[in-house]
Design a protein around this ligand. Structure first.
Ligand SMILES: [Zn+2]
Ligand SMILES: [Zn+2]
Length: 243
């Protein structure tokens, strides 16, 4: 596939490196991943997955994971590219900390691919991102979910609605909490900025990592309360710890 003359020139000046192992790559590569890493990433697709939330599940069980059988979902279906382990996990952490767009471009390439294959036939009207957790002190923190959502929107040709959702009240950091505390922590924490922007739409909701799914569910709940028709979600990775 042609990478475009602009990108080729950029790659000649700044030779791309694999985002997972740092290996120098040919200026002609489409995404910054070497073949060795590409063949050894913890893809969710390698497993049987829950039809609802996309988490890898054991062979021989039903179509859904235990949690999806018992709880109501505002999201029609979710997908994730990677299991949040090993080199996928470290790349996502580096992306968050460094705001390096090479990571974001590769991750969004994979997310877009999963959306195309898992949600084949779904006609999306808009891409929306999970809002960043507001911190009392820091101001301009890198919004990695928005970066991924914009890239996915460009790759799939679906309009991105920026700042569609906002955090309406203070929430604690989810990773420090138990599963039930996570649900409680984000309950009714999100609101939609402009109802007319989401009303009647089929929306693709993007975040970097799905853990309990509580944040995505609450965002979807807010979108639905504002009249959105259906919500699908896609994340770069899904954590199997905390599920
Ligand atoms: Zn590599
Ligand atoms: Zn599930």
């Amino acid at each position: 596939m042609n990478i475009g003359i602009g990108n080729l020139i950029l790659n000649l000046i700044y030779p791309p490196r694999c985002i997972f192992c740092g290996t120098r790559l040919s200026p002609k590569v489409r995404i910054a991943v070497c073949d060795k890493c590409s063949n050894n990433l913890p893809y969710c697709k390698a497993y049987k997955r829950c039809k609802s939330c996309g988490i890898p599940i054991a062979q021989g069980t039903g179509d859904k994971c235990k949690r999806c059988y018992i709880s109501r979902r505002n999201i029609t279906r979710s997908t994730s590219t990677f299991v949040y382990v090993d080199n996928a996990r470290s790349a996502i952490i580096k992306f968050k900390r460094s705001a390096n767009s090479s990571y974001g471009r590769v991750l969004s390439f994979y997310i877009a691919g999963m959306v195309k294959s898992d949600f084949k036939g779904v006609e999306f009207d808009a891409v929306v991102s999970v809002p960043p957790r507001k911190k009392p002190i820091t101001k301009d923190k890198f919004d990695q979910a928005a970066f991924l959502a914009k890239e996915v929107s460009l790759r799939l040709g679906i309009p991105y609605i920026s700042n569609a959702l906002y955090q309406a009240r203070h929430i604690k950091k989810q990773s420090s909490l138990s599963f039930n505390a996570r649900l409680e922590n984000v309950k009714n924490a999100f609101s939609v900025k402009k109802q007319s922007a989401v009303g009647g739409k089929t929306i693709l909701l993007i975040d970097d990592v799905r853990t309990s799914g509580a944040t995505l569910e609450e965002c979807a709940k807010a979108l639905k309360a504002s009249g959105a028709y259906k919500i699908y979600s896609a994340t770069a990775a899904i954590s199997i710890i905390g599920n």
